[in-house]
Design a binder for this molecule. Structure first.
Ligand SMILES: C[S@@+](CC[C@H](N)C(=O)[O-])C[C@H]1O[C@@H](n2cnc3c(N)ncnc32)[C@H](O)[C@@H]1O
Length: 353
């Protein structure tokens, strides 16, 4: 199955249905009422009842569907009240980070790896953001799909394989409701409802260190190093390397720079152009840059383990004392960790130490 098949099929379905005044789904209104508005994404928006209802309540909505008929019709109806994009979710996923993503009855007789789409959705949530998946738990008498058996909410959650440290299952149940068919007829149906929330990262408290000067200095430096690496780890492309301020400072470049600082200070490596270190090599992934920083830190700590005297030079020759080197690295890492906090929040709303 390719995009043309999906467009042809769903264009046919939507062209045959004219919904003058699309209404929101019951589970959406139930879950969203009372939430503060933010950025919302509606996957497989169809006639757009959910997207329009959200926009009326102050949400900034992006509504997505594979069908050009559905997308054009909704764009005409909504004007500038919301953004409508055509995506075949098997091939592309809308850009951005969202506080709410909903997928109501994202069912299709054509091939669709729903798990992959819903995993992308979970990853596109901001911290605190919610993913609402509502599926048919039973077929209404007028449904085109009488034979299908849809997995329950716990099964869907299992397929998504979400790390419980990062996502919380807020709701997984199968309530019943009275549905109204295209001819105005009614029937009792079951919905499968799964609501997942992306957790906020917990703040790591200041480190418990030993009492000696070396233990305090090294404990706080390691705390900052861990924090700045975690801030960059998993940050999305391409924003992780895009300049966020006029100076060109970017999140990945900051960690790349700190790698050179560690190596220069503790391993004695020469750096010809410090400014260039603020830009990571295009060939390096985020994981590469993070791994290289962690490796530089490990090697730096090996050097420090061999330096029992804080007053002694950190390396042979004309080098600053260990005390000065540690204090400078705390200052340098702390300064850039603060920059990284702001840049990461600008990218996807993630906060926390
Ligand atoms: C059963 S309808 C549900 C529509 C709407 N969410 C609702 O609750 O009324 C499924 C929707 O998913 C859309 N869809 C199907 N396959 C898709 C794909 N591969 N990418 C994007 N949208 C798709 C269809 O065009 C259709 O609008």
């Amino acid at each position: 199955m390719n995009t043309t098949d999906a467009v042809t099929f769903w264009d046919g379905v939507h062209a045959a249905r004219t919904v003058q005044d699309p209404r929101p789904n019951a589970r959406l209104t139930e879950v969203v009422t009372g939430l503060p508005p933010g950025d919302a994404l509606d996957l497989g928006c169809g006639a757009g009842g959910d997207a329009l209802w959200l926009a009326e309540r102050g949400w900034r909505v992006t509504a997505v569907d594979v069908s050009a008929v559905a997308v054009d019709r909704l764009a005409g109806l909504a004007g500038d009240r919301l953004t409508v994009e055509r995506h075949d979710l098997r091939e592309s996923f809308p850009r951005g980070r969202f506080d709410l993503i909903c997928a109501h009855y994202l069912h299709t007789p054509l091939e669709l790896d729903r798990t992959a789409v819903l995993r992308s959705a979970a990853r596109a949530l901001r911290p605190g953001g919610r993913l609402l998946i509502v599926d048919h738990g039973s077929a209404a008498p007028w449904s085109w799909n009488q034979e299908a058996r849809f997995p329950g909410p716990r099964e869907i959650a299992g397929d998504l394989g979400l790390d419980p440290a990062k996502w919380t299952i807020v709701r997984a149940d199968s309530p019943r409701r009275t549905a109204t068919g295209p001819g105005g007829q009614t029937a009792e149906v079951t919905d499968h409802v799964l609501l997942v929330r992306r957790n906020h990262r917990r703040d790591a408290p200041p480190p418990r260190t030993g009492n000696s000067e070396a233990e305090v200095l090294r404990g706080f430096l390691d705390y900052l190093r861990t924090s700045v690496a975690a801030k960059v780890d998993g940050a999305p492309e391409p924003s992780v390397r895009s300049a966020a301020v006029p100076s060109g400072t970017n999140l990945l470049g900051l960690l790349n720079h700190l790698t050179f600082v560690e190596r220069a200070m503790f391993l004695g490596e020469e750096v010809g152009d410090w400014q260039a270190t603020f830009r990571a090599d295009a060939a390096d992934s985020v994981a590469d840059v993070v791994a290289r920083y962690r490796e530089a830190v490990e090697r730096a700590n090996d050097v420090l383990d061999g330096c029992p005297d804080l007053g002694a030079p950190v390396r042979p020759g004309r080098a600053p004392s260990v005390r000065w080197a540690l204090t400078h690295l705390i200052e340098e890492t702390g300064r850039h960790a603060g920059h990284a906090d702001i840049l990461r929040e600008l990218i996807d709303g993630s906060t926390g130490r």
